[in-house]
Design a protein around this ligand. Structure first.
Ligand code: UDX
Length: 424
């Protein structure tokens, strides 16, 4: 047993597994509980059910400190700080579904020796609602800011760690803050509601940056500017910064769409109409519709046209397809009467059920075979390295829409393609 504080992790999904593994790497005994018995079995056997660079190696290295269980009792008897990492998916109205969080809270009961450390993204006010009826219940808001694909790196080298607690939970908050001290990032100690808001506001702001640059891209197309040049020039202003200014087909993933609509909905429920976020969401939707419009501009009617979508994952280096633009595009293209052929290096398995009606291909070359147009949706590096001369030979019609401004426009045009990016 290590001398360091043992940790409990509830929910062995992507956030939970990364959290559990990184704390084990920092020397803590970690007791991780998931209700899905097969997942726990898989993890006990040393297999990792998700794709996240570096995670397999870290789990392997820390196997003796990582304990997986289906029983909450195992966690409660071994650890006092319980990191809640269950998911909070959006409901139809855009509110977050807190049923899993509520189950975890009820399983902890009245214990005053334990504290919930909330990593799941929850609406502002959740902490207060949970603690209102429970005197002495330890509650810390400790939102995660991990990016898929670099989650281990992000955990180990945080820009900041947010620890929100009420006056009664300061003792637990000190213990949570101490866990992160070895990592060296700024530790923001604050109240629970502000901590909850920091998470939603951060994601909403990043999404706003993306929708902003996407609108600049659309206007640039009309006015003859190149959005990549514009973003480069803007990003050098230290008040703006270069990140999240890549124009494209729109943001997706498990966080941005969900958190932006949750914040908008939360504001609405409190009587405030969040105009800016309404526009951010709309711009993101319109980017996909605009892509269809560009295809129609080049091909006329899309009825019976063969369209190849390269990339299904919402971004490269992940097999996550939640809110992936490719899924929306595939459905809309089919609605226009097109035949859709899709390829992704690793995400097809997860996407298969959501791609009914599309032809799933084993390689990019298979997808482009006979295609009237290619749409690059996800910037996997293998797409840049394709033999584009061969692609042109295989295609019926050499139209390339680069939804991520990822390919070499000049080289493709020189190779005989009709190339169109986003805002350049
Ligand atoms: C995001 C946040 O970055 C992270 O802090 C939070 O905890 C979870 O949500 P992630 O969903 O992994 O992380 O993806 P991220 O790399 O941030 O990209 C989100 C989406 O925005 C992707 O679809 C990406 O393609 C898109 N994006 C990003 C752009 O379109 N342009 C950009 O300039 C940056």
């Amino acid at each position: 047993m290590s001398a360091q504080e043992p940790i409990g992790v509830i929910g062995a999904g992507w956030v939970g597994l990364v959290t559990a593994t990184c704390f084990a790497e920092l020397g803590h005994e970690v007791h991780c509980r998931d209700i899905v018995a097969e997942k726990v079995e898989t993890l006990r056997n040393g297999r990792v059910p998700i794709h996240e660079p570096g995670l397999n190696e870290l789990i392997e290295r820390n196997r003796e400190r990582l304990h997986f269980t289906t029983e909450m009792g195992d966690v409660l008897s071994n650890a006092h700080l319980l990191f809640c990492c269950v998911d909070t998916p959006p409901t139809y109205s855009g509110d977050a579904d807190l049923s899993r969080v509520e189950t975890v809270v009820s399983e902890i009961g009245d214990s005053t020796d334990h504290a919930i450390v909330m990593k799941s993204t929850v609406p502002v006010g959740t902490g207060r609602a949970i603690t209102r009826e429970r005197e002495g219940f330890g509650y810390i808001s400790n939102p995660e800011f991990l990016k898929e694909g670099t989650a281990v790196e992000d955990f180990m080298h945080p820009d900041r760690v947010v620890v929100g607690a009420s006056a009664e939970s300061q003792g637990f908050a000190d213990r949570v803050a101490a866990l992160y001290e070895p990592l060296g990032g700024a530790i923001v100690r604050t109240d629970v509601a502000s901590a909850e808001m920091i998470k939603l506001a951060s994601n909403a702001f990043l999404a706003t940056k993306i929708s902003f640059i996407n609108e600049i891209a659309n206007v640039s197309e009309e006015l003859g500017a190149d959005v990549s040049e514009v973003a480069r020039g803007m990003g050098l202003d230290s008040r703006i910064g270069p990140q999240f200014l890549r124009a494209g087909i729109g943001y997706g993933g498990s966080c941005f769409p969900k958190d932006v609509s949750a914040l908008k909905q939360l504001a609405g429920n409190s009587g405030y109409h969040f105009q800016l976020l309404t526009a951010v969401i709309e711009v993101n939707e319109l980017q996909k519709r605009r892509t269809i419009g560009k295809l129609q501009k080049h091909l006329g009617s899309l009825v019976n046209k063969e369209i190849a979508l390269l990339g299904v994952a919402f971004k490269p280096d992940t097999d996550d397809v939640r809110e992936a633009p490719a899924l929306v595009l595939a459905a809309r293209l089919q609605g226009e009467g097109a035949h859709v052929r899709v390829y992704d290096p690793i995400a097809l398995e997860r996407a298969r059920e959501m791609l009914t009606g599309s032809t799933i291909c084993d390689s990019a070359l298979e997808a482009v075979d006979g295609a009237d147009a290619v749409v690059l949706v996800t910037e996997w590096s293998e797409f840049r390295d394709l033999d584009w001369d061969l692609v042109r030979e295989r295609m019926a019609n050499p139209v390339v829409l680069d939804g991520r401004n990822f390919l070499d426009a000049d080289a493709l045009r020189a190779a005989g393609f009709t190339y169109e990016g986003v805002g350049r």
